[in-house]
Write a protein that binds this ligand. Sequence first.
Ligand code: JFZ
Length: 482
Amino acid sequence: MKKRYFLLLIASLFIWGTADSFAQQRRASTALEHGAHRIGKRVDADMQQWREHGLGQFIHWGVYAIPGGHWEGKFYTGAAEWIRSWKEMPKEAYDNLYKEFNPTSFDAKAWAKMAKEMGVKYLIFTTKHHDGFCLWPSKYTDYTIANSPYKKDIVKEIVDAYNAEGIDVHLYFSIIDWNHPGYRSAAPLTKHDKDNYGQFLTFTANQLKELLTNYPTVKGLWFDGSWDKAWIEEAAWVDELGKELRAMKPGLVIGSRFRADENGKRHYDTNGDLIDDYDQTWERDLPKSMADLNGVDWDCVMTVPENQWGYHSDWKGYVKTSYDLIEMMAHSVSMDGNFVLNFGPDGKGNIRPEETLLAKEIGEWMKINYEAIYGAGHAGLEKQGWGYYTQKGNKVYMLVFNPSISKKLKTVFPRGGSIPEKAYFLDGQKEMPIIDGGRNKQNERIFYISIPEKYTSDQPFVIVLDLKDNSTDKDSYQQAKT
Ligand code: JFZ
């Protein structure tokens, strides 16, 4: 008996001791053909450029902008770009809306100029949403802008105008296509369905290659609608397509909402590794801590009202202010993500006044504070109630949203690292005192940044901290020993 217990104890100690390496072995042994093709972040210049953007613009535009969330006096409470799926919307009527699509007010240059003034570094533009209507003259379907009264290639106008302002363009492309006869959402069942779906796949591949050929300056593809069972089942085919697209355009940036692995796992594969270049799951949502992020790149795409991407004439519920949106951008960049704000122009090509105002307000803020956003990232400092930190080189930026009444902003710096030696406002460089607050129980350094008593601001503001190396601080070493 005793001996058996002894053996059990030894055995459990052995398992305990090797649990970690055991887990790693198991992970490595799950060989996947269509999972992640790279572990960890991309390190090339194209990806670095994307990573440094900080702020992007999303535009959802298509024939859904004509009904704008209404049909024959009835009000659709869903997202405007989904109106075709509403029981009150006759499909036939919707599918003929393109014959009226004539956005005479559309001015790509003015949109691009507005985006530039707002401070966005990249645009994600809907080439084709779930309804299947193409804003470029695709030769693979008749359901395109070429057959609308507008006729001209909107994607080209957009790409040219934004590039002329120095803004990168990524193309949104929906895998769901309600217009293509071969499209299926569920897994193909009958032989007939399978043949049709095969035609749909070929069509999809052709369209994607067509887009990369027609618009060679495009930097990336932002996929959507890839949750369909039929698409997930084609993991091997989709993986191959992804490789072809990347071969056509080296440096192409593709998010995690494109393909699944062979076990149907999306975004993160069976081994828990991110599929493709950045995590696309932060849609209208923000991570709470770095621990939520698995060390990957990510974007947050955000709507101004609650859940409207395409134009809806009536925004219901809470509508975000520029203050809210600047805070979300700060939050994103402080955790190494890009923040992408959506716009939904109307059927004539007008950007609604609410969005124009927001772009202007954000732009005014960016003109002063862009340094804390572009190329900046996680500072590795413990978040404080006043706002967010970002960092670039030896500068830490404090993006202040809730200055305390005392006007003294607490900062905590890990021991043995850098500490602030100079603090000043990003607007105007006016310096302010740094008060040494001693050490906390973990022997970290505390500093209070002292904002001038009479300073007020109705917008969030930024304080820059110039850092100096403190790793040879003898005092800190002595403290660390105790
Ligand atoms: C999709 C679209 O259906 C929608 O119309 C819009 O284009 C948006 C950007 O993308 O909607 C989604 C997709 C994914 C989630 C939620 C809405 N998601 O993962 O939570």
